[in-house]
Ligand binder design. Structure first.
Ligand code: IPM
Ligand code: MN
Length: 354
């Protein structure tokens, strides 16, 4: 039976990096007989331009009917003047909410051949292997908000149920890894964070007594991510803290362009996207790093196709390309000639051992 993958290439560098991820998936599908089928659909600015909505009904229906959804990136200065209710980002947030994708997994690993690409001291980077689990359908992204000429507010809201389910997902993940979990909040200031810490503590104590649990304030966590990154295993946090901390964490790996993500709910199709944005400054120039997108495709194979071997093969192929010194512009050493987005994708395909 074929598996349908909806591809939302989106805006900016989205189409370029998506093309490389799809090319890798097509190769894997042929070699491992996965019978993947790809269906393009519109999201974000591309959808606004075509049909006037950042999340057209047909896109949502196609995503609901799919085995998995792959997304490039959305947004860009071109849509800065559209009404806020139909900004490109609204399409992405709506899709996450509609598909119930409450757990956003963002693995952060240092790649030995790339330690020079990180601005951090190399000795700090040895053994960094973290998964940040970001709550994705609640918090300040989705709370009540209002704006008038001289006043505005956004509200952060969480329910016990929302906190429990994402903490459970993170704890299950930690069990399959090094058994450590760090929950991050702003307990000393915010009521949502006090509810978060109480709920997280209760769930871990009652259901996961085998895990080593740590609670950190988000400001301290931002510091510890740089001073002792190798200590962390799974980190779980609310929506906006997770957004900010994962951009920071990407510099442990060396570039925003490197990190993948998987957004999962209770069954149903998962959504796979690099954590980077649409990078309008380099769009259309074959200059973007497709690693985040290709590694997101690996997560798609693992979490939505049950194809763990194929996922590992893609990850190994990316490692092999990097170990061979092939670099896109963002991670090239000073003076080194960088390859383009498509050439990097080709190099990954050539190294796929399946
Ligand atoms: C991300 C992005 C999005 C977010 C934007 C594009 C809405 O920054 O996926 O990290 O804030 O969630
Ligand atoms: Mn972000």
């Amino acid at each position: 039976m074929s598996r349908k993958i909806v591809v939302l290439a989106g805006d900016g560098v989205g189409p370029e990096v998506s093309a490389q991820a799809v090319r890798v998936l097509e190769t894997v599908s042929d070699k491992a007989n996965l019978d993947l089928e790809f269906e393009p659909a519109l999201l974000g600015g591309a959808a606004i331009d075509a049909v006037g909505s950042p999340l057209p009904d047909e896109t949502l229906a196609a995503c609901r009917a799919a085995s998995a959804v792959f997304l490039g990136a959305v947004g860009g200065p071109k849509w800065d003047t559209v009404p806020v209710e139909i900004r490109p980002e609204v399409g992405l947030l709506g899709l996450r909410k509609e598909l119930g994708l409450f757990a956003n997994l963002r693995p952060v690993k240092t790649i030995p051949s790339l330690v020079e690409a990180s601005p951090l001291k190399n000795e700090r980077l040895a053994g960094v292997d973290i998964v940040v689990v970001r709550e994705l359908t609640g918090g300040i992204y989705f709370g009540k908000r209002s704006r008038s000429a001289d006043e505005a507010f956004d509200t952060c809201e969480y329910t016990v149920g929302e906190i429990e389910r994402v903490c459970r997902a993170a704890a299950v993940l930690a069990r399959g890894r090094r058994g450590r979990i760090t929950s991050i909040d702003k307990f000393n200031v915010l009521d949502t964070s006090r509810l978060w810490r109480e709920t997280a503590s209760r769930v871990f104590r009652a259901e996961f007594p085998d895990l080593e649990v740590e609670h950190l304030l988000v400001d301290a966590a931002a510091m510890h991510l740089l001073s002792r990154p190798a200590d962390f295993d799974v980190m779980v946090t609310e929506n906006m803290f997770g957004d900010i901390l994962t951009d920071e964490a990407s510099m442990l790996a060396g570039s925003m362009g490197l990190l993948p993500s998987a957004s999962l709910g209770d069954g149903g199709p998962g959504l796979y996207e690099p954590i980077h944005g649409s990078a309008p400054d380099i769009a259309g120039r074959n200059a973007a790093n497709p690693c985040g997108a290709i590694l997101s495709a690996a997560l798609l194979l693992r979490h939505s196709c049950g194809a763990d071997d194929a996922a590992s093969a893609v990850e190994a192929a990316v490692d092999a390309v990097l170990a061979d010194g092939i670099r896109t512009r963002d991670i090239a050493a000073p003076g080194q000639t960088a390859v383009g987005t498509a050439e990097f994708g080709q190099a990954v395909v050539e190294r796929l051992a399946l």
